[in-house]
Ligand binder design. Sequence first.
Ligand code: ADP
Ligand code: ZN
Ligand code: ZN
Length: 721
Amino acid sequence: MPAVVRVALPVPLARLFDYLSPAGGVAAGSRVLVPFGRKKMVGVVVATDVEAAVAGTRLKSVLRVLDDGPLLDAELMQTLAWAADYWLAAPGEAYANALPLALREPRPLPETSEPWYALTVAGQSARDAGSRRGSSRSLLDLLAGASQGAAELDVALPGWRPAARRLLEAGLVEQRAPAPAAAAPNPAPPLSTEQQAAVDAIASAFGRFQPFLLDGVTGSGKTEVYLALIAQALAAGRQALLLVPEIGLAPQTVRRLRERLGVPVEVIHSNLAEGERARAWLRARSGEARVVLGTRSAVFTPLPQAGLIVVDEEHDGAYKQQEGFRYHARDLALVRGRALGVPVLLGSATPSLESLANVEAGRYRALHLRARPGAVQPPQVQIVDMRAQRLDHGLSPALLAAVAETVARGEQALVFRNRRGYAPVLLCHACGWHAECPRCERPMTLHAQRRTLVCHHCDRHAAVPGTCPACGGAELKPQGQGTERLEEALAARFPDVPVWRIDRETTRRRDAFEQLLEGLQDDAAAILVGTQMLAKGHDLPNLTLVAIVGVDEGLHSVDFRAGERLAQLVVQVAGRAGRARKPGRVLLQTHHPDHPLLRGLLAQGYAAAARELLAERRQAMLPPYSHQALLRVEAHQRAAVDGFLAEALAALPADPALRVAGPMPAPMPLRAGRHRGQLLIEADARGPLHAALRPWPHALAGLPSARRVRWSLDVDPIDLY
Ligand code: ADP
Ligand code: ZN
Ligand code: ZN
């Protein structure tokens, strides 16, 4: 019998592929180049010496072995196999996710050690003379302080490479051998009793798997706890992985890690140039990288000397991948922690109900930080009842007065509204027509500065009509407020104070957000208008007022997670106020001042509100007290969707442990011109759910109607859209 290897290929199929083993063999975890249809593909060897599923004579041969030894170590291989099984994923897509794109090509591994960059004498004079502009200038400025490595430069000046090339050619910059890490790290502040207790508890679990939930209000010093533990892991000769939900949070954190630990910090995220990402990944694999900071995909970083995994803001939905391999990085971090035998620390001011339920069930140990060592006192939160108020572009007199007082004291105010654009609806007052996306059948958002209507569901753009297309009337009125409109209204009312809008549009340029944040460190009055982007951990010492508007939508959503999300958002945004020595104030403007969720949240805080929400979930048998998988389908024809769902339902094993809802239209039945439908499968326990669903993806792919639709299966979906 010829030797056969089993290979994971990056195709959306729920199976692996067998090939004849190359002469000389190949180890599991290595990459190979194989023929696939008319193409060649890079795959990962999952098993060797397997019994071929088809007769050996019909098998093709591996064309080339790309690695001398396994690129993915045994732990990662085991974790990925587990993950593909758990999330009912195409295994090849799971393995592909674990490898940086540059390593999915049939090329030799890139060199991992990179030179550092330093100014030459000529470079110094060019800088002094101010003879360079743009990114060249910025790079000269950066290097004037000290020579720096690529990882540093990636953080400080994304897209620095072309500038480096120009300056190298001009002789203004030179390459050097890497400098040793900063000699004198910044000292840590003495930890509070609570912080020390948390550090001690977690440190005592070094060397074995134990999940912890660090539950501490914003500003309570969670990051200090991470830093102390990472320092201990490093001192013990171990690596640490710190996950953050989005890269906007990374620069501040990188700086803090680097200054405190005095070691290089490897940053891994999807905005990184592919070569860089591959190099960082390989440095972690070789053990050269001691601290890795990254977003969702960094959970796949090899950690041969792992000591600790930290997941910051563990409640954040950004940890869930919403396409292809639909894994959850927090959950995967726990799986890795178990396989690696290290403690996993989940941190949040607003823990997910899933994690709180795990604490309740005794699976996680909870640690609490209740005080805010850096700040005088927690911010006061007040409800502003906006019923029967005269509103100015949606802003109540009480809110405007509070903004006026704040800026008069030379402090900063944030008006939070989680909607981009000028107005969510453009309405004809004569006949009731409103601008709607024909591909989604939802209102289009008016963007006044860009003079366009934009569909926030499919990104369709349309011109703003001069008159009503239905009745010819001339009175088309924007309804409701987006950040752009609030910015305009606040700028008109406070002409002497700078008003900054911070949303995806104003921060499109990579470094724009960073620069804005830098500017706001000053002790000058300013008004910020922003979306979700601002809800995340940025430290703005002079920000003392946070006004939250437009959260009422979250009180009426059909999604059973809406209450949890709203509570998290309110608490996170509120946490921006009064981070430093000045007391903060938070206003929550609503039409529903008596809503029990808002009342409970304000009177008793997040923990109590979360307990209430958990009790409701338990009563309704909703996650985390039951387990779900969602089959989503879309197609140009409604009939194709319905046909597929009917066949999919028939292909589902009849198991009394399963509850099935649907076939039914998705909450958005049409998006981007495609009809959408779904089937929700629920069970009280995970085991039966998985046992029943495991063969399903293969069956689904084989359905006659499958070729006319796009479908995906989402295990533990975090939204039902
Ligand atoms: P979190 O991550 O919980 O939001 P941080 O760790 O960022 O909190 O801490 C909030 C602020 O308090 C920071 O400015 C930090 O430097 C400061 N801080 C944290 N712990 C201490 C401490 N033990 N002593 C003095 N200041 C501290
Ligand atoms: Zn009209
Ligand atoms: Zn649309």
